[in-house]
Design a protein around this ligand. Structure first.
Ligand SMILES: [Fe+2]
Length: 210
């Protein structure tokens, strides 16, 4: 599936928390007892700078596109890997809250982000979910905020650099009293196609350690 990142589409998604369909790949995950296609830590030979925006504990959740902001070390890395940084954004999860379950696109796929979070690193996490009833394709249906129709299938802290699968259904979990700030680098191929999980495992293979 071609997945060109479209900020307008994403805005729509963020407003409505919709997703379009559950694909065959998800069912294979269930049969295989959920292999980890969700999260891998990276061992990067540099420190990612914490932007000024990523401080404090305001009450409102927000997603901020950082525009032209780039981390020079990430730029160098992506250049070496033959890819580019397409978008840089910050996702903020207030204290003692969750962001809604969602895919970052209007459909489910396996595209990735390179993430790093600051906040309460022992408690806050990214979590992945699977609908309990995967036999019913869901079209433009709001995700249940109570999460009662979903099974938690994977959970990981993102307090050190990592690749995460943001095409699968996920949320942000922050049960701490400290705001959780996640800096996201959305990499892409030179033609702007987003990078899928299996591709990322090859592209970043020299830096993946878990
Ligand atoms: Fe997301």
């Amino acid at each position: 599936m071609t997945t060109i990142y479209d900020p307008d589409v994403k805005e729509e998604m963020v407003r409505k928390y919709f997703y379009s369909k559950i694909e065959l790949y998800d069912r294979e995950c269930i049969e295989n007892d959920y292999p980890n296609i969700y999260h891998k830590y990276l061992n990067l030979p540099f420190t990612i700078t914490r932007p000024d925006i990523c401080y404090g504990s305001p009450a409102e959740a927000k997603i901020t596109n950082l525009g032209d902001y780039r981390d020079p070390n990430i730029e160098k890395l992506h250049q070496e890997l033959g890819i580019k940084t397409f978008i840089v954004e910050v996702v903020y999860t207030p204290p003692n809250s969750n962001l809604p379950i969602h895919s970052d696109l209007m459909h489910v796929d396996n595209h990735i982000k390179l993430n790093l979070s600051w906040g309460d690193s022992d408690k806050s996490a990214t979590r992945w979910w699977m609908p309990k009833d995967i036999t019913t394709p869901v079209l433009s249906t709001p995700i249940n905020p109570d999460r009662e129709d979903y099974d938690l299938i994977y959970k990981a802290t993102t307090n050190s650099p990592c690749l995460i699968n943001v095409g699968q259904l996920h949320d942000s979990y922050n049960p701490s009293d400290e705001g959780r700030w996640t800096l996201s680098f959305i990499p892409a191929h030179q033609n702007n196609n987003l990078i899928q999980w299996e591709e990322a495992m090859q592209i970043y293979k020299d830096y993946i350690y878990d």
